[in-house]
Design a protein around this ligand. Sequence first.
Ligand code: APR
Length: 261
Amino acid sequence: MRAGGSDPIREAAGLLAEHRNAVVLTGAGISVASGIPSFRGAQGMWAKYDPMEYATLHAFMQSPRKVWEMLSEMLSVCGDAAPNAAHKGLAALEEIGVVRAVITQNVDGLHQAAGFRRVIEYHGNMEELICVFCWKRYRTRERWTQGTVPLCDCGEILKPNVVLFGEPIPWLAQEQAEEEARTCGVLLVVGTSAQVSPACDIPRIAKESGAAVVEINPEETSLSGNVTDVHLRGSASEVLWQLLKELSPGDEASPRTPSGH
Ligand code: APR
């Protein structure tokens, strides 16, 4: 496993330019600069809300109003967030034809907001509310306001259409993600601790199918010692714009790192 040689940015850019069919797997780390806390780590959501009490389907079925304490905080934070330089950098890499899809574990909709076109929402999204009893769906912004617990027309409490622990991954998202992982030349893993299955299996599927795995994360993860070929240690926004500059040299449009949002 190469740690990225003497110039990991140049090595990673070379892989991206050679294949021009990279697929990206993103996690909460890419949205930290947008003001959305990650899940793990001292300031993470799970330091405040025990996921076994607030983020499982069982907890929602048993105590939906309690789970909505955590959900309404997530909805408020996501609602106020804007795409940051990392989301924009990925959209720029898609624009120049180096990246073809992003598989995101995030539910904040920021890849789409940054203009990225092919987004696979592996854990669903906060845009929609669903009734787990009668399956009716609603647009979140039309049915929920801060401080309320939204009800279905049938009277039951609604749930954001996100994947809680104990819920299956949406079938189409799982199929699309595995197909992308099996057929890409490079898998770029950005801002995930790679601790939650089955999302954390995606880099292994790509690797076993012959792809090079490039990781962007300031920390080591469970991938870094064995699956990752090139580890770019740093923040997603800084590293992605370094890659973009490397991939579009002399291009007047090749931007410096834009301001955060
Ligand atoms: N740039 C890149 N990576 C960053 C940055 C940054 N600016 N800031 C933090 N990170 C990294 C952290 O080092 C960590 O490895 O982002 C990762 C965030 O890890 P988690 O908080 O575990 O988030 P994630 O991997 O997305 O969690 C996966 O777990 O709880 C579930 O459903 C939830 O989708 C989530 C899943």
